[in-house]
Design a protein around this ligand. Structure first.
Ligand code: DOR
Length: 437
């Protein structure tokens, strides 16, 4: 279903950061030509006047709930949300049901995605205390996810004794959810009975995050093992990494940890609850600085949908997590429009850096022979995030009412127009990603 395209008169973001007012030709799902006044052939023409042409976003941490938790989200609804937000590739986490801890479960997810996902997909395998061989032999290549905290059942691998063998054996990238489970358990007892959701940030405090990040770094150093620290949430971790991060370690931050903080409990209550929790406002600034300075490498959403009914429960019965793929790019482009960062920063953090960190070939840039994962965004207009426009099955966003610039007008996946002016082509399918090869 790939048709050839000629995108004309776009403001094209080139890999060196220059903007070219010109045309992009797409043939067989690849970027075949970039230039000005390209000859018009037989292909479909998209008039992109006034729009900015960027590489599609690669979101390296999402929870899409299929299989097993489809009442919250599934690969079709999540990927529809992706195309609305300009996300053309995702890496998904193993806390589905069954857990993605075996080759069989990984194959099942890959098959489901081939049938249902409008965008490109890759899946992490979850570490347990006893699946070292599965982690080593998984095929095709994938990342390994360790929940050091904030999980339960087999996916919780929280003690040094359990974690060390995973670092010691094999060579694949390890991504960690870094929270100190033992500390969280103790503090849950201490603050038991409090139903104000703001206590969540006190229970799963900054020290819990720092302890786990330090342990992961220690083991990564000991075994020289490639480590990615997921959703960095605190200034103290960022400052620690500034001093101690070796070249083979990377990290990410979510838009919500940059742009929301503990004040959000007053306005949206349990809808602000996530793991690791939102922090005090000072942390927003330190994380932002660490991102600007390159201490933090990229942005991920940690898209973790729960239903309205679940989120409306009283704390601590309310689940942690919030959706993000529909809003991440417009949120960051809005920060760019406010002058907080350049367009080059946004493209690096959301497109080229995830491709580089996870060794995803031919993605993350507008360059010849790269995959035609392309978005056309409108940087001139703005509109509010409205619940009724959202495609995520959970049907809400912590950013409702925020007036954002830079929503995609077109999302193109491997040369297929997956979204055009808000209308989704549900026939489009993505491809499996090769990552951490
Ligand atoms: O708040 C969260 N919810 N953080 C995570 O990392 C996972 C998650 C979920 O799956 O609901």
């Amino acid at each position: 279903m790939t048709s050839d395209l000629l995108i004309r008169q776009a403001e094209i973001f080139l890999p060196d950061g220059d903007i070219l007012l010109g045309d992009v030709r797409i043939r067989q799902g690849k970027i075949a030509e970039i230039g000005t006044d390209l000859e018009v052939g037989e292909e479909r023409i998209i008039d992109a006047q006034g729009l900015t042409l960027l590489p599609g976003v690669i979101d390296p941490q999402v929870h899409f709930r299929e299989p097993g938790l489809e009442y919250k989200e599934d690969l079709f609804t999540a990927s529809c949300a992706c195309v609305m937000g300009g996300v053309t590739s995702f890496l998904e986490m193993p806390n589905t049901r069954p857990l993605t801890t075996t080759q069989e479960a990984l194959d099942d997810k890959l098959y489901r995605a081939s049938q249902k996902s409008l965008v490109n997909y890759g899946f992490f395998m979850g570490a347990t205390a006893d699946n070292l061989d599965d982690l080593r032999d998984a095929n095709p290549s994938c990342g390994i996810k360790i929940f050091m905290g904030s999980s339960h059942g087999a996916l919780l691998v929280s003690t040094e004794e359990q974690i060390e063998p995973i670092f010691a054996k094999g060579s694949r990238l390890i991504a960690v959810h870094a929270e100190d489970q033992a500390r969280i358990v103790e503090r849950k007892k201490e603050f038991h009975g409090i139903t104000n959701p703001a206590i969540h940030s006190t229970i799963q405090d900054e020290t819990a995050a720092l302890n786990a990040t330090k342990l992961a770094l220690k083991l990564s150093n000991k075994y020289q093992r490639r480590l990615h620290i997921l959703h960095l949430s605190t200034g103290i971790e960022a400052e620690y990494l500034r001093e101690h991060k070796p070249s083979w370690v990377s990290t990410e931050v979510t838009p919500q940890h940059l742009l929301l903080n503990t004040d959000a409990y007053e306005t949206i209550g349990t809808f602000a609850q996530m793991n690791p929790p939102l922090r005090s406002p000072e942390n927003n600034d330190i994380l932002w600085k660490a991102l600007m300075d390159g201490v933090i490498d990229c942005i991920a959403t940690d898209h973790a949908p729960h239903t309205l009914e679940e989120k409306a429960k009283e704390y601590p019965n309310s689940p942690s997590g919030m959706p993000g793929v529909e809003t991440s790019l417009p949120l960051m482009l809005t920060e760019h429009k406010k002058g907080r960062c350049t367009l080059a920063h946004v493209v690096k953090w959301m497109c080229s850096a995830p491709a580089k960190l996870y060794n995803i070939p031919n993605k993350g840039a507008i360059a010849l022979d790269y995959d035609a994962d392309i978005i056309l965004v409108d940087l001139k207009n703005h509109r509010p995030v409205l619940r009724e426009n959202l495609k995520t099955k959970c049907g809400w966003s912590p950013f409702e009412g925020w007036n954002l610039t830079g929503f995609p007008v077109y999302t193109i996946v491997g040369g297929q127009v997956a979204m055009e002016k808000g209308i989704i082509n549900t026939e489009v399918r993505g491809k499996p990603l090769s990552f951490d090869a």
